[in-house]
Design a protein around this ligand. Structure first.
Ligand SMILES: Cc1cc2nc3c(=O)[nH]c(=O)nc-3n(C[C@H](O)[C@H](O)[C@H](O)COP(=O)(O)OP(=O)(O)OC[C@H]3O[C@@H](n4cnc5c(N)ncnc54)[C@H](O)[C@@H]3O)c2cc1C
Length: 474
């Protein structure tokens, strides 16, 4: 068989997306339809990762479920490759495709909070900052991620690690129901009562089974002021600090979720200029409970080792959510590799202390997420999410602004990842995967869960219509 050339692919897309076809779609579509040559085209195909440069044949900006159905049916009838875009944050750029059709959900930002019932129904174009702003108006929140400009949809469908997870579980653990447009263009509601198998798969299985057009979340009282912020220590003391940190979090209450970031201190306004650019261990913390209890819980961590900087203080939850935003701006080049680890063993700490600061650019970093608590207590088979026995997810993130540095940055990530791999549980968080091939997707879920996901895929998407994702192959 001869592989289709780029030119042939282009020609094919030009043929299927001619004016007549678009007129046909426009009759059933209310949002904007953006094609190559349109003034909005380059903005519509750009995603968070500036290293991704794909040219879809059409971007269909959906205003609601009816638009999503029309786009799915249009693509299906013409055999088009389809990408689904929520917040556009996926590091592999799976929200855009070369040729084909992007089902862009970004205009769908409706959110309805039921303060009495402590639930919210949210459309998939929302970003976490937008979601939190509205729910916090009622003193409520759902667990999200640690950056405000990540989309709620992709993050929730992969699981969702964030500041509230040890107290209230993952984002996916707090989904009560979801409306889904299937590969046939039908609309179904998935919950514990309806399409329970699909509901299982949506919570961790990513975008494999359909387009979610709304999520219903369980909300929890949070803040609005929480005790949160960061501590900085010099990298020279990394072994001592990370060992203490490991022992400290082993008995930390569920209210406390932390992260450790190994990097050069960014020129953030809340850090004194003297530390900017210095190799540091950053410990981020959020206590999702009473501030006074948080002060007591965090005291030993704050006392240990005389931190260079301590900016842990009572702060609005929405402000804390945005604290790390400047470290992940849109449009730079990004490349990630990740593993779950069962513990921060001495050997792993040694590896990180020796290599994490060998970065090629000052923007690159290694981040260690602190799992356990409510995440670890959920039934591991109750949803597609894996791996609840892990203590941490370690994510090695190369960041560059000059394309000439990309290959050296990628090499650093790969080398450190190879060194971290022997310490892995063997699993990887699916939302931290790049474009790493089918074996890594299998590894993300493990054999048994992957086979269960495959059976579900054969039921809901037997032709693999939704394949621009961490793909479960039917
Ligand atoms: C700066 C940054 C910070 C991050 N922080 C965290 C974090 O704290 N915790 C965490 O868990 N993860 C985090 N992530 C990873 C994040 O969860 C994934 O990148 C996720 O894919 C982003 O979702 P999105 O909707 O923004 O992305 P998109 O790129 O739009 O979507 C990713 C994929 O999800 C699927 N998808 C999106 N929307 C839908 C939908 N409505 N229906 C069906 N499928 C859909 C599609 O397959 C799509 O390709 C972070 C990522 C970045 C870039």
């Amino acid at each position: 068989m001869v592989a289709r050339s780029a030119l042939e692919t282009e020609r094919r897309d030009a043929t299927v997306l001619d004016d007549a076809a678009l007129v046909d779609l426009a009759q059933h579509f209310r949002g904007a339809l953006i094609r190559p040559g349109d003034t909005q085209y380059d903005a519509a195909r750009a995603v968070w990762n500036g290293a991704i440069d794909r040219r879809p044949g059409l971007v269909a900006r959906c205003t609601g479920t009816a638009d999503v159905r029309a786009a799915v049916r249009f693509a299906r009838e013409r055999g088009l490759l389809v990408a689904v875009r929520g917040g556009g944050h996926n590091v592999a750029g799976s929200a855009v495709c070369d040729g084909g059709l992007v089902i862009d959900l970004s205009p769908m930002k409706g959110l309805w909070v039921d303060p009495a019932g402590r639930t919210a129904r949210a459309q998939p174009g929302l970003l976490w900052g937008e979601f939190d702003r509205e729910t916090q108006a009622f003193g409520l929140a759902a667990p999200g991620g640690i950056i405000t400009h990540t989309g709620i949809a992709g993050l929730t469908l992969g699981g969702g690690l964030g500041w509230l997870m040890r107290r209230h579980g993952l984002a996916a653990d707090n989904v009560l129901s979801a409306d889904v447009v299937t590969a046939d263009g039908d609309v179904v509601r998935a919950s514990a009562e309806e399409h329970a198998d699909l509901f299982w798969g949506l919570r961790g299985g990513g975008g494999n089974f359909g387009v979610v057009t709304s999520f219903e979340y369980r909300l929890h009282p949070v803040g609005p002021v929480v005790l949160a912020g960061v501590l900085l220590h010099p990298a020279a003391k990394a072994r001592e600090i990370l060992s203490f940190y490991r022992d400290f979090i082993a008995t930390a209450p569920d209210e406390l979720t932390t992260i450790a970031v190994l990097r050069m201190a960014p020129p953030a306004p809340f850090l004194p200029p003297a530390v900017h650019g210095q190799p540091v261990v950053v410990i981020g913390a959020c206590y999702a409970g009473a501030v006074a209890d948080g002060e007591r819980a965090l005291a030993p961590l704050r006392r240990f080792g005389a931190p260079l900087v301590d900016v842990i203080r009572p702060t609005p939850y929405v402000s804390h959510q945005a604290l790390f935003d400047p470290t992940a701006p849109h449009g730079l080049g990004y490349y990630w590799k990740s593993e779950y680890v069962p513990a921060l063993s001495d050997a792993l700490i040694d590896t990180l202390a020796e290599r994490a600061w060998g970065v090629v650019t000052p923007e690159s970093y290694t981040i260690i997420f602190h799992l356990g608590g409510a995440v670890g207590r959920q039934d591991p088979e109750g949803s597609a999410f894996e791996d609840r026995r892990a203590a941490h997810a370690v994510n090695i993130d190369a960041v560059w602004s000059e394309p000439a540095r990309a290959s050296a940055c990628i090499a650093w990530t790969r080398e450190l990842w190879e060194a971290v791999r022997p310490h892995s549980t063997g699993r990887v968080y699916v939302n931290f995967l790049g474009e790493e091939g089918p074996d890594r997707v299998r590894a993300a879920y493990g054999e048994a869960k992957y086979e269960r996901l495959r059976a579900l895929k054969r039921k809901y998407d037997p032709t693999n219509f939704f394949r621009m994702n961490q793909n479960v192959r039917p």
